[in-house]
Design a protein around this ligand. Sequence first.
Ligand code: FAD
Ligand code: DLZ
Ligand code: SF4
Length: 508
Amino acid sequence: MRNLILILGDQLSHDISSLAEFNPAQDHILMCEVWDEATFVKHHKKKIAFLFSAMRHFAKELEAKGLPTSYVQLDDAKNTGSFSGEVKRAIDRFSPDKVVVTFPGEYRVLEEIKSWSKRFDIDVDMREDDRFFVSPDWFRKWAHGRKSLRMEYFYRQLRQDNRILMDGDKPEGGRWNYDQENRKPPSDGMDVPAPYRGQIDEITQRCIALVADRFGDHFGNLEPFCFAVTRDQALYALDKFFEERFGRFGDYQDAMIQGEPWMFHSHISFYLNCGLLNPREVVKRAEFAYYDRQAPLNAVEGFIRQILGWREYVRGIYWLKMPEYADENALEAKRNLPWFFWTGETQMNCLRQCILETKENAYAHHIQRLMVLGNFALLAGIDPKQVNEWYLIVYADAFEWVELPNVTGMILYADDGMLASKPYAASGAYINRMSNYCENCSYKVTQKNGPKACPFNYLYWDFFARNQDKLKGNPRLNNAYGTLNRMTDEKRNAISSDAERFLSQLDN
Ligand code: FAD
Ligand code: DLZ
Ligand code: SF4
């Protein structure tokens, strides 16, 4: 046999580079559900069921196209439980000339693949993942010699290079960024459209049963299961977003409403990240919607910025900085992750809502991840390793290349400001402005100190006081440190004793 092609669980794209020049007469595809990948962290039950079902559907499509495929299910008697074990088994069975695989999404898997040529005495052809707009090499060159690696400049370059939303050599509408218009608070009685809800076929039903049986001790609810598991279904979910939500995506990008986990977001990260959708097609559709007057520029630019900008940028940072990036802890945060991150049992209503929705859906939208859950982890000084593990476990779209920079760089400032120009720290006032969570909370958002005060209020100032030596040189924090340093000793003492009381309860 000529080539053994390994397709990983996040490579479910028919045009994946490992399948280029595929010859059905000589080549063979391998896909495998392996215990090691399902348990290296204890992924949310829904995440495992989603990936297994999407993988099984994808393998069926390959076979229907006449591409010889071996699919190893988790419970197959001979399943060795690891990528290496399954590749070795397939090499022994098919005697291929070489193994072909597209560049993986995680450093850990890359290291494993790199060991195969020596271990199994075989050529390994690792191909670029051209589903991304830029490669890790391209990013490395872009980053070389730059004093600061801000996303904004990277994004502008990609807009120009790919001629997206451009008017000649100027950005469409005259500005690169419409974020100022994308911060509307929610209003009463907003009608948020129902999210996509897929049919559960027999394949998905079996995956749900398998996960219930084998991963019962993992976090999260298995049902209701609503994800798309085929490309056709994912395309339908994408259509639904463009038709029903896209127009208001920009305006309410940062808004949160109790009981509305999906808001006006697209809910396509799962499908983009496992390969059912391609970022280029999504960006093109968004651009078309602007020229076709289906959506305003602030929505279109804001959405394209997330995919062409943030998504590509965090991947670039990941591959530029790994493996050291996984150990960053610039603020020396050491606190254990509070148990309520698993149960939602906290009096802080905003956290409770976001955690319970995460548990139910394996999804929370960006501002919940950033300004509620992430903000709390930052202010409370939680150990980055534990925070990273939590985020990698709980979201169905979480793969390390995208999760780690968002956690270590964006929410925890653990990379000393390489990704974010200042910590995304906020007091209760921000959450109150952008949500209705505070109306149902046992704490008072307007109260700054004392047992009834919103904990975000004193934790915010305690965070800046605690980290003064590390942060005070940052010009973007001049206002915060100016205010802190003008506070009376009495006020500062109240802040630190409230914070100490609250944080010590957390540790218990
Ligand atoms: P939308 O709001 O509709 O945005 C459209 C798309 O833009 C998303 O589908 C996603 O592909 C992309 N995008 C938006 N923001 C980002 C970002 N900051 N980084 C990368 N891509 C982005 N996203 C993941 O895909 N996987 C993760 O594991 C992940 N972990 C995160 C952890 C933290 C602490 C934070 C703050 C953000 C994280 N994000 C992650 C980014 C973002 O929150 C999700 O992509 C988004 O919430 C997915 O929902 P959506 O598809 O409805 O997104
Ligand atoms: C996340 C995950 C899980 C739960 N299970 C599998 C699996 O059984 N087989 C597989 O090929 N991939 C799985 N994945 C995704 C991988 O952990 C990993 O993120 C990718 O292989 C990196 O490209
Ligand atoms: Fe969250 Fe504070 Fe509002 Fe309660 S009062 S919901 S803790 S921001």
